[in-house]
Design a binder for this molecule. Structure first.
Ligand SMILES: C[S@@+](CC[C@H](N)C(=O)[O-])C[C@H]1O[C@@H](n2cnc3c(N)ncnc32)[C@H](O)[C@@H]1O
Length: 223
């Protein structure tokens, strides 16, 4: 256990507690049609979704034509329960797995690895290890596709004291939680990924989000 572990454990506890109210964010104007982004992203083949949450993106990924198979992983059983129900309601299927993404290792490779609003919760000290794990998850010719918060949105959150790339979030019951939140800017993120052997195209969507597509060009760079 390193000194980040309590923070990461707290982050997962926060999302477990937030699961019943998580979908409220998707009712906000900027989020309402956001998952439609998937239709313009290179998603296909055997797809792995990390940190699937309540399945807002999972349903998009599962719809006909988007994927041959779909596996969705999250650390919160409460999130997975909602995601399962969301897919069932639409007659869609996916394989769900409960796992801690900071220790999880893929047992096979996928054509597409997708995650939305997860990268911003990976602390800098775990960033390289996370992308090394992705290198083992993505098939030759495959890609990592992601969506996240744009750097310009920093002011929309309350920074936690201590300057650890964390913010304070409040749940409906009034409880406060410290979570990791990195506000990656598109160009900086692409440059960081290049150092790890990835070629990434990262672009702001213009509505407070970024979208990225990364392919592994140099497996040796991560060693
Ligand atoms: C910001 S939400 C994103 C959910 C979904 N991708 C979306 O965009 O709506 C972050 C997700 O990460 C999950 N999570 C947090 N810590 C985790 C961990 N250590 N391992 C796996 N999942 C984790 C939470 O349960 C939550 O579903």
């Amino acid at each position: 256990m390193d000194d980040l572990q309590p923070l990461l454990d707290g982050q997962l506890r926060y999302y477990r507690a937030r699961a019943p109210e998580y979908d409220e964010v998707y009712a906000e104007r900027s989020f309402r049609s956001l998952t439609g982004l998937v239709d313009d992203l290179p998603v296909g083949g055997d797809v792995l979704e990390l940190a699937c949450g309540t399945g807002q993106w999972t349903v998009r990924l599962a719809r006909a034509g988007r994927s041959r198979s779909l596996t969705a992983v999250d650390g919160a059983p409460e999130m997975l329960g909602i995601a399962r129900g969301r897919l069932e309601a639409e007659g869609l299927t996916a394989t769900f797995e409960e796992a801690d993404l900071f220790t999880w290792r893929p047992s096979r490779r996928y054509d597409t690895v997708f995650f939305a609003f997860w990268l911003s919760h990976v602390p800098p000290a775990r960033f390289a290890a996370f992308w090394a794990m992705l290198a083992d998850a993505v098939a030759g010719g495959g890609r990592v596709v992601f969506v996240d918060t744009d750097a310009g949105e920093r002011a929309s959150e309350r920074a936690a004291p201590g300057g650890r790339d964390t913010v304070l979030r409040r749940l409906r019951d009034g409880s406060e939680h410290e979570v990791v939140k990195l506000f990656h800017d598109a160009a900086g993120l692409a440059a960081e990924l290049a150092k790890l052997g990835w070629t990434a195209q990262v672009d702001p969507t213009g509505e407070g989000f970024i979208k990225g597509v990364a392919t592994l060009t140099d497996r040796s760079a991560r060693d």
